[in-house]
Design a protein around this ligand. Structure first.
Ligand SMILES: Cc1cc2nc3c(=O)[nH]c(=O)nc-3n(C[C@H](O)[C@H](O)[C@H](O)COP(=O)(O)OP(=O)(O)OC[C@H]3O[C@@H](n4cnc5c(N)ncnc54)[C@H](O)[C@@H]3O)c2cc1C
Length: 480
């Protein structure tokens, strides 16, 4: 399978989740593979994203649970005041990062992937330049090149970052200190997860959202219910429709808030720290994309569903891009899935990705998850294709397991085609919502109908019965 006229069959630029899965999959299929990484093996997810943030959420979630005297009283449990050590919680996250990074590096080595530590760039068709950490610069050839350079935090103009009093998630995952009062700019999933961590550990939070409602990227009904517990029920002062026009680091940090519409000054806040969680930008600046005439969309690489990079809408032969740098559903499992799709196509097995069936989760306590279409997009599809949209709600308060856990705050909304029964999307807020969504994601992937899904038997008593109830209600509502 290997082609000796090139240095490598495949060169992958970037060893995040996307690059890692692509390189491993290619090597396991007999290809000669190199992966170039300029920073830490494992990329954002392992070092500055999913892994450390979930470790912090696991520890702080336990602190919250043990400190919730009212909840424990419901079980007849009385606990002593909770004590925790910030440094030990941070150590837990750091150790997990180190061990996952080591395992991932070893598994690439075992698969026979050549790891090159340096910065990669395009040098023309089937050519990659690399400036290695030791300063050596060389050009390598490859039959196929996969760009998997990921993303970095976006910091809006007017905000100064010092990494100590004003920082992004890159620094927040280290939990170096616990500010008494912290402002979180942005109420997307990263802002919400850190608000969960900080409030559990006793910090006061002000959440600032420029759009006109908090949690603007979530289903409006789910957001309304979730915000009652995750924001209003905690030590969080949430403001929407206001823009943090300037933020100056220091003690205190000064935040100038203006009205989003009129840009009139609203207030100047003085807080101990600020976490800027305003989205992410693609890392594509230094790739020398001009060498192949590639035009980006605000830095995101245009691709088709087979992962070919496009120029003027046409695929460039032997050049692929996967992960956050493509701007599609910027999640670790999307990057990994795109990586294997790219390699399958390189191997000659034509395959396309199905974004609709990729789930997303926010690991707050309780969690929020979704898959498929938003209600607005499903309505549009129904109008375009001339079918009636069905929507049913299944509540955690009717679920025995949720009631036994005294965690019955939750809702699942299921969207489906009322004629064919096809599942179009689901949005869940409630205990273990991140696990529950997988079942619906599988149904979306197979374009299954609620008619057959409603007959599938679910274990009793489990939270999965929330999904079963939704399927049954939907099947009942189908056009005869
Ligand atoms: C706080 C936080 C929490 C998150 N939680 C979750 C979660 O729970 N679940 C989930 O699915 N996703 C989560 N994500 C998103 C997830 O981390 C990203 O979607 C994922 O890391 C994208 O993978 P990637 O391979 O595209 O890019 P990255 O992980 O960003 O990796 C790209 C790599 O390329 C390297 N690189 C860049 N340019 C070059 C170059 N020119 N040469 C060589 N190397 C280069 C970078 O150093 C980096 O290591 C989270 C993100 C954050 C910030």
């Amino acid at each position: 399978m290997s082609d000796a006229s090139f240095d490598f069959d495949v060169i992958v630029i970037g060893a995040g989740y996307g690059g890692f899965d692509a390189a491993k999959h290619a090597a396991e299929h007999g290809l000669k593979v190199a992966i170039i990484e300029s920073r830490d093996m494992g990329g954002t997810c392992v070092n500055r994203g999913c892994v450390p943030s979930k470790a912090l959420l696991a520890a702080s979630g336990r602190v919250r649970e043990l400190a919730d005297a009212d909840h424990l009283k419901g079980f007849g449990i009385h606990s002593a005041p909770v004590r925790f050590e910030r440094q030990k919680i941070a150590d837990h996250a750091n150790q997990l990062v180190a061990s996952i990074r080591t395992n991932l590096t070893k598994s690439l080595q075992r698969a026979g992937v050549t790891i090159i530590r340096g910065t990669g760039r395009l040098e023309g068709t089937q050519k990659v330049g690399v400036r290695e950490i030791n300063g050596v610069d060389r050009v390598l050839s490859a039959r196929d090149v996969i760009i998997a350079t990921g993303s970095d935090p976006f910091v809006p103009p007017g905000i100064e970052i010092d990494g100590r009093s004003v920082f992004t998630s890159d620094e927040a995952v280290n939990l170096e200190w616990l500010p008494r009062w912290i402002a979180i700019i942005g109420s997307g999933y990263i802002g919400l997860e850190f608000a969960d961590v900080y409030t559990a550990l006793g910090c006061e939070v002000t959440m600032i959202e420029a759009l006109d409602r908090v949690m603007p990227t979530f289903d409006p009904d789910i957001a309304k219910l979730a915000a009652r517990k995750l924001i209003d029920g905690r030590d969080i002062d949430a403001r929407s429709g206001v823009l943090a026009q300037s933020i100056k680091p220091g003690a205190p940090v000064q935040i100038e808030l203006v009205d989003m519409q009129t840009r009139e000054p609203v207030e100047t806040l003085e807080v101990d720290a600020v976490l800027v969680a305003t989205g992410r930008v693609p890392s594509s600046k230094n790739l020398n994309l001009e060498a192949l005439g590639i035009e980006t969309n605000r830095g995101f690489l245009p691709i088709d569903d087979s992962m070919h990079v496009l120029v003027d809408g046409q695929p460039i032969p032997h050049l692929w891009a996967v992960g956050d740098v493509t701007g599609k559903l910027m999640l670790a499992h999307t990057a990994a899935a795109q990586g294997t799709v790219a390699v399958d196509n390189i191997l000659g097995h034509h395959r396309q990705i199905d974004y609709r069936s990729i789930p997303a989760a926010t690991f707050t306590h309780p969690e929020i998850s979704s898959v498929g279409l938003s209600e607005a997009d499903a309505k549009q599809l129904a109008t375009d294709q001339g079918f009636e949209l069905g929507a049913v709600r299944s509540y955690f308060k009717a679920n025995s397991k949720a009631l036994a856990e005294l965690e019955s705050d939750g809702l699942m909304k299921l969207l489906f085609n009322k004629t064919s029964g096809e599942v179009l999307g689901a949005h869940i807020y409630g205990l273990h919502a991140a696990d529950l969504i997988q079942e619906v994601a599988n149904a979306v992937a197979r374009r299954q109908s609620v008619r057959e899904l409603a007959t599938e038997v679910h274990t009793h008593p489990t939270l999965s019965e929330v999904v079963e109830v939704a399927y049954k209600q939907a099947a009942h509502a189908l056009a005869a």
